[in-house]
Write a protein that binds this ligand. Sequence first.
Ligand code: HEC
Length: 119
Amino acid sequence: MKKTTILLLSIVIGLCAIGVSFALDVNVDINNIDEREKKQGKSIYRAECRQCHKADSEVGAPNLSPDSKVMAHWQEAFTDYSDLECAKEWEKKSEEDLRLIFLYLYSGASDSPTPAKCL
Ligand code: HEC
């Protein structure tokens, strides 16, 4: 095969891979999270997730705050959420919203510099 053909093929294959996978970058520097994005993530979380993930949830969801998990667990959940019982709720969100929710939860994880409760 010609070099250009190989190059083109790799680009096509690469684009397909990006298209089918959930490509949220969870390797974020914990000491360098944008405060504004964190706040945005918090309000999205409170509006879209918290109605189920609160104390005494009627749907049996655990009461989830940023400090309910360690950083690595949030990274895991946001790398592949397909096994979660509420994956359908996640699918309704844009990738940008999920990124902001991730920043909020991750930055307040129990082993982060600033553990946070969702009150
Ligand atoms: C309609 C209600 C509902 C909504 C909305 C919802 N969830 Fe869930 N979620 C659940 C239920 C029910 C479970 C399963 C609980 C279990 O397995 O015991 C769950 C499980 C989870 C888990 C795994 C449980 C754990 O402790 O590790 C995570 C993480 C999670 N949800 C995060 C989210 C996030 C982030 C959002 C917002 C994008 C969200 N959920 C929106 C109902 C919901």
